[in-house]
Every structure is written in structure tokens, then in C-alpha cells.
Write a protein of this length. Structure first.
Length: 163
């Protein structure tokens, strides 16, 4: 028999930087369920295996489920303003009384520019019997990734202005 994980979400997106929050108590209605995400961060290494040169340009793509049509407005605004935004990806988030995210196992805070946004609709049946789901696909040009969780915070700068 399968274990019920109803008080856990496998992957959650919070469109802000939780490292600036004093207490990890994020309203669940401000979070999005991540359906898919993908990125590859690489850097050249010398013969000894040490990193050398700049980190390659990295794109992070993710798909989230929207509860309301206006929930995707934030991503369109960031794309139009051409300013970086902060996004927190939390994995195995703990939900308190179905209202707040109070913790997470691992995660990452990504700062980046929204370069593409696409709306999508699915007709796959969901638990409540409805068949239409609103989704949004977002593509970020990553500027900085900070890994958070059990092993502490580790920051990787993807691109840097050399002025």
C-alpha cells in the first residue's frame, strides 16, 4: 500500500527570496505547484579538475499550475520590465494546517530574468473532478543560484558584470 503524502508537496515555487524572510512561514496561497523544471549549469575544468573560466549561460525552465488566471500576471510583468526576479524552489515542503509552508527539505533560490512565458491548458482529469488545468511555462535566464537546505546555503554566481 502506498504512503499518503497529503501534507507534503514534492516541489513548490514561491515567487520571492525566502532568504530575506526572518521566519519560514509562507502562505500556501502565494505558492505554486511545480509540474516540471529543468536546468543545466556547467563550467569548464582544467586537467586537474578545477573550475576555470566563466560559467556558461544557464536557462532554467519550469511549468507551474495556476489556480486563477491572474496568478500568471507576475511572470508577464517581469518579462516586460526586463528586471531580474527572485524565485524560491522548495522540495518536500512541510505544510501546516493546509495554510502555511513552514519548512522544506532542500531548495534553491534563483535570481534571473524571465525571457519567455507561455500559457497552456490541460484536459487531464484532476482529483476534484474538473478537467481543465491552467499551466504556465516560464523560461529564466539565470543570474544567481543559491542552494538551501540541509547542507547550508551555497551560492553559485552564473554571470557577473565585469565593468
Amino acid at each position: 500500500m502506498a504512503i499518503t503524502l497529503s501534507n507534503h508537496l514534492k516541489a513548490t515555487l514561491y515567487p520571492a527570496n525566502i532568504l530575506t524572510e526572518e521566519i519560514c512561514r509562507i502562505p500556501l496561497d502565494k505558492c505554486f505547484t511545480i509540474l516540471h523544471f529543468n536546468y543545466a549549469c556547467s563550467r569548464e575544468r582544467n586537467k586537474s579538475g578545477f573550475p576555470q573560466g566563466n560559467t556558461t549561460t544557464t536557462f532554467l525552465e519550469f511549468t507551474i499550475r495556476l489556480l486563477q488566471p491572474d496568478d500568471g500576471r507576475y511572470f508577464y510583468q517581469l518579462m516586460q520590465q526586463n528586471e531580474p526576479g527572485d524565485f524560491t524552489f522548495m522540495f518536500n515542503a512541510d505544510i501546516q494546517k493546509r495554510q502555511f509552508v513552514t519548512g522544506y527539505e532542500d531548495g534553491m533560490v534563483v535570481c534571473g530574468y524571465v525571457v519567455d512565458v507561455e500559457d497552456d491548458y490541460s484536459t487531464t482529469p484532476v482529483a476534484d473532478g474538473s478537467t481543465e488545468q491552467m499551466m504556465i511555462h516560464v523560461k529564466l535566464l539565470v543570474a544567481n543560484i543559491t542552494y538551501i537546505g540541509m547542507n547550508g546555503n551555497r551560492s553559485i554566481i552564473i554571470s557577473r558584470d565585469n565593468q
